[in-house]
Design a binder for this molecule. Structure first.
Ligand code: CA
Length: 228
């Protein structure tokens, strides 16, 4: 099966929240084989903690979880501005269950037991839809085209970003309501870097190119998207 990431791309980060250990082990191995970086949580509170503290490209959340059920977990993540696409696994196939999951902010759901190929296809589709939506990202009165790495300024001028600058700005702009910790940005954008100071360096570069307001510092927490 095809690797979901191209050569040189950072691995896609996936969070799986599932209390069935055997299923979790199987899914973790499967997605790791496909080139994903996988984090696991066996109950809802841990899933909430990970979902809020790290950036993920997709979430797979079991509906029936101890401590905090999957629907409530997703509702809380969405309430805190986490927009990573989510697929809910449910043991029940009733319309009410499906509606509850979608109402809480899931993009898709799958009824257990499911075929593995079906799950892989659904998760790939989640990525595609997410990327399509993210093709041009608004930055206040300007916008970023991740494909060309060009930022259109409100004045009509264009500024070209380096690959790392564009990835950092994309990470902020795809979750504009969220405050990102330096640790989560380092992990997401500069996976190979050992220290979080690289995040500060690239924030400095972005501000030098696009103006001081493009990235806001949230004292004691990290950074969030500003405005052009
Ligand atoms: Ca369960």
């Amino acid at each position: 099966m095809a690797d979901p990431t191209g050569p040189g791309d950072p691995p896609r980060r996936l969070l799986i929240v599932e209390d069935d250990r055997e299923l979790t082990r199987m899914l973790a191995g499967l997605f790791a084989e496909q080139g994903y970086a996988v984090d696991l949580a066996a109950e809802g509170q841990r899933g909430l903690h990970l979902g809020l503290s790290r950036d993920y490209d997709a979430l797979i959340i079991d509906r029936g979880l101890p401590v905090l059920d999957g629907v409530e977990l997703l509702r809380r993540l969405r309430g805190r501005g986490i927009t990573a696409p989510a697929l809910v696994l449910t043991g029940y196939g009733s319309l009410a269950d499906r509606v509850a999951g979608l109402d809480a902010g899931a993009e898709d759901y799958l009824v257990k037991p499911f075929e593995i190929d079906e799950l892989l296809a659904r998760v790939r589709a989640l990525h595609r839809r997410h990327l399509d939506r993210a093709q041009v990202l608004p930055l206040g009165a300007g916008r970023l085209d991740p494909g060309s790495r060009l930022v259109s300024l409100p004045t009509g001028e264009h500024v070209e970003l380096s690959g790392r600058e564009a990835r950092l700005l994309m990470a902020l702009a795809t979750r504009p309501a969220q405050v990102h910790t330096r640790a989560s940005l380092r992990q997401r954008v500069f996976d190979e870097a050992r220290t979080e100071s690289i995040v500060d360096t690239y924030v400095y570069y972005l501000r030098a190119k696009l103006g001081a307001d493009v990235v806001r510092t949230v004292r004691g927490v990290g950074y969030r998207l500003g405005k052009l």
